[in-house]
Ligand binder design. Structure first.
Ligand SMILES: *Cc1c(COP(=O)(O)O)cnc(C)c1O
Length: 432
């Protein structure tokens, strides 16, 4: 399998190169040259396969021969070594719980897969890399955990001071060793800008080899398809048209779902559920794509004002909006609606949502009101305990802390505080 650069289609790379480089030249994202298609029989008999077998079948065409089969099987097993249950909420609504991984959010799947792949490529003699990421909350912890102790990889995480939850902050600041956290006096956009400046600084890139672990990296993005197939395996309402609602920020997750759709996953419709950062819902309404400064919300991992992966979503539909609209709609949910959804779902079903899942849930409920013949799944992308500050305020109840979180709360945060100034970041990167 080869990948082409969306900004420069003649530039191609295999999975190894695309993973190591992160981005193509002219900041173009890599996109698979062809999309594998599953047979109807395979889909029909999906429950006959183990989760590992399904995951391997989904991802192996994308990896090609860049990783030997037995190693890829091991990597896949480590990527999904936790429960991914589909829980029934009501007759028409189920929740796919993606928060049972080590850092309690769905990003563990992509981060574990990418770190294992990159670790393998390092062992094969690739030069040492610095993974540089900006996080609005969850990416930092997932990447820190995934890359902890991976040889040949140094990780530098930039996060906005005071804008991530306590659990999120501790997950990315307490590991040490090859993981460094920089607490930036600024917003997530400032962090993102610093990272982009570093990637386009020729002088810096001659000194150190930089790559990204955001969902622009194919090794982070592609394995996210796996859990859509695992949802289908567990789904009982297959006779009705199915809609899946995906809490969306940078649009990597929903883009993986749409990729699975193009591979034959028999889902009828997808909803990109956004918070107040409504660039895509507005675009689908007006036809005008207007990037905006990110607004802070309770669902902070979705506070993105210019989603990087949306260009991939469009590419799946040959850059045409009308065919996209047949398959995907998008909804913007406010913070007030988010908290009232957390409360109403808790009161009605005794089920506790995190703010991201709540956005997905309400967008789904609205869709189902208009399409009563459908039944739906929403993705619960983070454990409510990651956002206990919000959730406890809404429900008035203490959230039970899992042991892993209790242990975390006793750890000491280690972060270097920096101004949102590129020269400071550059100096830091060159120093070590
Ligand atoms: C990152 C994240 C999202 C958004 O996912 P994208 O792939 O960026 O659209 C949603 N929910 C949670 C909890 C996240 O961490």
């Amino acid at each position: 399998m080869l990948y082409y650069n969306l900004n420069k289609p003649l530039e191609k790379a295999d999975f190894r190169t695309a993973t190591i480089q992160g981005l193509g030249s002219e900041k173009g994202l890599f996109f698979p040259e062809r999309i594998p298609l599953f047979s109807k029989e395979w889909i029909q008999h999906i429950s006959d396969y183990s989760n590992e077998e399904i995951a391997f079948s989904v991802i192996s065409p994308y990896v090609g021969n860049t990783i030997p089969e037995h190693l890829l099987k091991k990597i896949v097993a480590e990527t999904i070594a936790f429960d991914i249950p589909l829980v029934t909420l009501s007759e028409n609504i189920s929740v796919l719980e993606l928060f049972h991984g080590p850092t309690l959010a769905f990003k563990d799947v992509g981060a574990l897969f990418m770190s294992r792949c990159l670790g393998y490529f390092m062992k094969q003699g690739a030069q040492p890399v610095t993974v540089l990421v900006a996080t609005s909350g969850d990416t930092g912890g997932a990447v820190a955990n995934g890359f902890f102790h991976v040889e040949g990889v140094r990780v530098v995480i930039l996060y906005p001071s005071g804008k991530v939850s306590r659990v999120q902050e501790l997950q990315l600041t307490t590991l040490g060793e090859n993981i460094t956290a920089l607490e930036v006096d600024g917003s997530f956009d400032d962090c993102q800008t610093l990272v982009k400046q570093a990637f386009s600084d020729k002088e810096l890139n001659q000194e150190i080899f930089l790559t990204s672990a955001n969902s622009i990296n194919v090794a982070r993005w592609l394995p996210q398809q796996i859990y859509y197939f695992l949802a289908w395996k567990q789904w009982k309402n297959k006779t009705k048209p199915t809609v899946i609602s995906v809490p969306s920020g940078n649009f990597g997750n929903i883009c993986a779902g749409l990729l699975a759709y193009h591979s034959g996953l028999p889902v009828t419709h997808f909803i990109a559920a956004c918070n107040a950062n409504a660039v895509v819902p507005e675009f689908l309404k007006t036809g005008v794509y207007k990037p905006a400064k990110a607004k802070s919300t309770f669902s902070n991992a979705m506070d993105v004002g210019d989603p990087s992966n949306f260009v991939r979503v469009l590419e799946l539909f040959d850059q045409e909006v009308e065919p996209l609209k047949q398959v995907m709609s998008s909804e913007s949910i406010s913070d007030t609606e988010t908290t009232s959804t957390i409360r109403s779902i808790y009161d009605k079903y005794g089920y506790l949502l995190d703010p991201h899942g709540a956005v997905g849930c309400l967008a789904l409920q609205r869709y189902l009101e208009k399409h009563p013949d459908y039944s739906g799944i929403f993705l619960e992308t983070a454990h409510p305990v990651k956002f206990y500050e919000v959730v406890e305020k809404v429900t008035g109840k203490k959230v039970a802390l899992p042991d892993s979180v209790k242990a975390l709360l006793n750890k000491k945060k280690i972060a270097d505080k920096i101004e949102a100034d590129y020269q400071v970041l550059k100096h830091f990167l060159l120093k070590k």
